[in-house]
Design a protein. Structure first.
Lengths: 454, 328
């Protein structure tokens, strides 16, 4: 276990981004030596090693250099400087069925693909039946692959790569292929690989997957390695980076939303940024009543009777931790500062917590909490104290609203965000405190200290 | 869910660190080769990789041939029909219209075309091979030179089929080759193979960066180079005199294919002088009266040149190959 299977030694990779691609001779002559280009460092001085038998995940946002790193490890790209030393036979799964020849039969492609991965006919012969079984192709193995369904195609691609007995497996987000059952089978095979002491290097967008199967993870950000460590640590780091980048994104979206806000018929001065972006500047969304969409029971007050407006909404994390995220079960305070144009009685403050994907997780309001709020004119603050947030990994949106007798006066979506990082290895949404115990074995009860009661 | 672990895998339930795989020893202890991916390219290391991937080369050649004629009715026959057509046209044009007077001109022609087709098909296919297989080059790792070599290799297979036709034709026409010089066929084949591989590798890599290469090569090889070789005409009866007068015979032989083609003709046409079929029936000096050793030496020099070119091609290819995936 002590030997190194993949040794990445200060690997850098520069891409030249040409503003225009001059591929013909004439163009090359004309623009000889002065083709305008930008240098993009897809990888900068990345070093880590993967000991034999370990599974290492690579985490990073889109464009952070994950795939480039894998391609360097596979030898598809040559690093601009530095080197990757691979010990043992490596099978790269960058795209399933990439080496398939449409005109050939599945059988012929298995041999072709196998030899591309560096395995001899004898190796493939021995594994052939397993490959066909695993791919669940049956008699279709002798059909031309161009008649295969996309599912059959990727199944065969995966089956070849995992059955031909590599020492090192490099996987680029291809585990999410096929139907759920096949995915499970792939995962099962990956785990078997781990048990057999093979080395796996893989890229995934799913921190859950990294958490559940990796021994360690590498975090890349803009081509630089920001950390390597146990999956929990790495995921935390990854999310922090994501959060920083997300802040920039949210800021620009908010700015975009501000620009269009005046066009919104009934939302003068109301700022809302759709967290899922894309159509941040879309008038369609702006004209739609977000309050009506999100809190269907609430009705917006007419424009002239909206006395209470939020000035600032923030999530206050536990003091003294110095973290930008919560641990499962920690408390968080949602603080909403507002400004009331006049004295209002019977005001209700609303709170809503949503997941990354918009799933409603929790909703309450001051009325439910048994609070009656009579506001004086002028600025004020309302706080929701969430005493425990029993959530696992994720970024969560907190929406707040304020309602008067006339209807909804203001609605902030998202009012603020918070993140939860899970240091443990459980996955899912809800942090359920859990404990396990073997209570009976071989027909006998097992006592708490592990001994078998007679 | 029926997850069937392959039979030789031990029970997957236990959390053992390494389990033994049948006959091949445990993953941790079995012998492993080390591969280094870096920007430095050593020709020797690349060559070793190629040799290691010889099985892939064979598969790729087989694939190339299978795919080429997969959905055609006549299939592999086409690899013989098209040169047969060329042969027929040239025989009619030069033998009958232009009356070159050579008896069994078709044999002379075939001897040259046989070798030339191997060479030109090889480099023309190889030139586009990286670009045409971009999907593979971008996603699968293997020594890229193999693709160019497979192109030359498949041309070699076609050469074999055409050679069979040639043998048949000679039998039908009762035309005996120079039996004692038959080994010269091999002496000429080897430099041709190396030269085709060298040019194929070189052009395939350059073509990735300058797509003009493909068109340029098609024109140069098909229109210029072909006519610079004594294939459809005889060196001795047509160009030799003129070249000698202008003292540029050496220039003609700078074309490496010239001596190779002439070697083939020497062996297969086998007659140095023939009696013309035309009216006064003069004696035609079809091939020069060189000793065997001249051919061997000539081919040897070409081989040396081809090997140097091969080395250069490997160096250039190695430099360029690192960026194929991003250029495609």
């Amino acid at each position: 276990m002590s030997t190194t299977a993949i040794d990445v030694r200060s690997v850098s990779k520069r891409f030249r981004l040409y503003h225009e691609k001059y591929a013909s001779l004439k163009e090359k002559m004309i623009h000889a030596g002065r083709v305008p280009h930008e240098d993009l460092w897809a990888l900068r001085d990345v070093s880590f090693d993967v000991p034999e038998g370990q599974t290492v995940g690579i985490l990073g946002r889109n464009g952070s250099g994950k795939s480039t790193l894998l391609k360097c490890a596979c030898g598809i790209l040559q690093p601009t400087s530095g080197q990757v030393v691979v010990r043992g036979k490596l099978a790269g799964l960058l795209e399933l069925g990439a080496g398939f020849q449409q005109e050939l039969s599945g059988r012929e492609n298995v041999y072709l693909n196998g030899s591309m991965l560096g395995f001899s006919k004898r190796d493939v012969d021995r594994m052939f039946d397993d490959i066909v079984d695993f791919a669940e192709l049956g008699q279709f193995i002798d059909n031309q692959v161009k008649y295969y369904s996309s599912g059959m195609y990727v199944r065969l691609g995966f089956a070849v790569a995992v059955n031909v007995d590599p020492d090192v497996l490099v996987i680029d987000e291809v585990l999410a292929v096929g139907d759920e059952r096949f995915q499970r089978k792939c995962m099962e095979r990956v785990k078997q690989f781990q048990r057999e002491g093979r080395t796996i290097l893989f890229v995934s967008h799913s921190p859950d997957l990294v958490r559940s199967i990796c021994d360690r993870a590498v975090v890349l950000s803009y081509g630089e390695m920001v950390g390597v460590g146990p999956p929990g640590e790495a995921i935390r780091l990854f999310r922090e980076r994501l959060l920083e980048a997300g802040d920039d994104l949210a800021a620009s979206e908010a700015a975009a939303a501000l620009d269009v806000a005046p066009e919104g018929p009934s939302y003068e001065g109301l700022v809302f940024a759709d967290p899922k972006g894309g159509d941040a500047a879309g008038g369609g969304d702006a004209s739609e009543d977000p309050a009506a969409r999100k809190v269907s029971s609430l009705r917006h007050a007419p424009q002239e009777s909206r006395p209470v407006r939020f000035t600032d909404v923030s999530c206050v994390l536990p003091a003294g931790s110095g973290r930008r995220y919560l641990l499962p079960g920690e408390a968080v305070t949602v603080r909403a500062s507002f400004d009331s144009a006049r004295a209002v009685t019977g005001v209700v403050f609303h709170l809503e917590v949503r997941g990354d994907d918009g799933t409603g997780l929790f909703r309450t309001d001051s009325d439910i909490l048994g609070l009656r709020c009579d506001l004086q004119a002028g600025p004020g603050t309302f706080e929701f104290h969430l005493e425990s947030v029993p959530l696992l990994d994720g970024a969560y949106d907190v929406n707040v609203g304020v309602e008067t007798a006339q209807g909804l006066s203001d609605w902030r979506e998202p009012g603020c965000k918070f993140e939860v990082m899970n240091p443990g290895r459980s996955t899912g949404v809800v942090a359920v405190p859990v404990r396990g115990a073997l209570v009976a074995s071989g027909g006998y009860a097992v006592t708490a200290d592990g001994s078998v009661a007679s | 869910m029926a997850l069937e672990a392959p039979a030789q895998q031990p029970d997957a339930g236990q959390a053992g660190v390494t389990s033994v795989i049948d006959g091949r020893g445990s993953i941790a202890t079995r012998p492993k080769t080390t591969r280094v991916v870096s920007s430095e390219t050593r020709v020797l290391a690349r060559l070793r990789e190629i040799v290691r991937s010889q099985e892939l080369l064979i598969y790729l050649i087989r694939t190339e041939i299978k795919v080429k004629y997969k959905n055609s009715f006549l299939g592999l026959l086409w690899s013989m029909i098209s040169p047969a057509m060329t042969l027929a046209v040239y025989t009619v044009v030069f033998g009958y219209f232009l009356h070159n007077g050579m008896p069994n001109f078709v044999i002379y022609l075939f001897a040259g075309i046989l070798l030339w087709n191997f060479f030109s098909t090889g480099i023309l296919t190889a030139t586009g091979v990286i670009v045409n297989n971009s999907g593979l080059v971008k996603k699968v790792s293997f020594p890229r030179e193999i693709l160019a070599l497979a192109a030359v290799g498949s041309a070699g297979v076609f050469f074999f089929f055409q050679a069979c036709v040639m043998v048949l034709l000679m039998a039908v026409l009762h035309w005996a080759p120079a039996w004692s010089l038959l080994y010269l066929v091999l002496v000429a084949m080897v430099p041709t193979l190396v030269l085709a591989c060298a040019l194929g590798i070189l052009l395939a890599s350059v073509n990735v960066y300058m797509r003009d290469t493909q068109h340029l090569v098609t024109v140069l090889v098909g229109a210029a180079w072909f006519w610079a070789c004594p294939i459809v005409y005889s060196f001795q009866t047509t160009v030799a005199i003129h070249l000698k007068v202008h003292h540029v015979t050496w220039l003609y032989f700078m074309n490496p294919m010239t001596i190779l083609v002439m070697t083939f003709q020497r062996v297969l046409y086998a007659r140095l002088t023939v009696i013309s079929k035309n009216a006064p029936h003069p004696i035609l000096h079809v091939l020069p009266h060189w000793s065997t050793i001249t051919y061997v030496w000539g081919d040897g020099v070409v081989l040396a040149f081809a090997l140097i070119l091969f080395y250069v091609a490997m160096v250039v290819f190695g430099r360029l190959a690192g960026n194929f995936a991003e250029e495609l």
